[in-house]
Design a protein around this ligand. Structure first.
Ligand code: GLN
Length: 187
């Protein structure tokens, strides 16, 4: 409903996913994964509320469905918003002079080659609980994390040609989908 969803859709399609845009709670049924994109967290939060998406997102999370939150989407997942991760994001954390910048990051789980990361008025993770795995940091601040089925980044992995961060998410979604498929078959 707001933000950078088209770039996510393009990269996920390249990786072989079938992508739909979620606007109603019904759209959330039968997903193997949900992306909450960057944009403006206050606007996205209001959109989630006015569309009545919150219970359906919570149900998806409770079922262990992978959720990727990027930038504003990471803020939406945090403890002060939907509470899907035991972590708090600080909005616009890098300050005014660093509204937008790029950096090469070492990211756990994508191999040795650094990832070119695009930060736009980005948050960082200010506090995180013991269950939160930090996948990447920039200047000592966590900027990519994972907890259970939630993967989140302060940067925009959809704005470069490098699909390795989305590949982590795809692997999470594929394994949950395979698990659910096996459950269906056992019935
Ligand atoms: N600064 C925005 C916010 O607080 C996030 C920016 C982004 O998603 N690129 O919500």
């Amino acid at each position: 409903m707001q933000g950078d969803f088209e770039a996510h859709a393009r990269i996920l399609r390249q990786l072989g996913a079938e992508v739909i845009e979620v606007r109603t709670p019904e759209d959330l049924a039968d997903l193997d994964g949900l992306v909450i994109p960057g944009g403006e967290s206050t606007t996205i939060g209001k959109g989630i509320e006015s569309a009545g998406l919150e219970p359906a997102i919570r149900a998806l999370h409770a079922a262990g469905t992978p959720i990727l939150g990027t930038c504003a989407g990471m803020i939406i997942c945090d403890a002060e918003h939907l509470g899907l991760i035991d972590a708090s994001a600080r909005r616009n954390a890098f300050g005014r002079q660093l509204q937008s910048f790029e950096a090469d990051l070492e990211v756990e789980g994508i191999g040795d080659e650094p990832l070119r990361a695009v930060f736009i008025r980005a948050p960082w993770i200010e506090r995180s609980g013991p269950g939160v795995e930090v996948l990447a940091s920039y200047e000592g601040h966590p900027v990519a994390i994972r907890e259970g089925c939630v993967l989140a980044s302060a940067f925009h992995p959809e704005l470069t040609d490098d699909s390795r961060f989305h590949a982590i998410f795809m692997a999470m979604a594929t394994s949950v989908s395979a698990r659910d498929g096996a459950k269906e078959e056992a019935r």
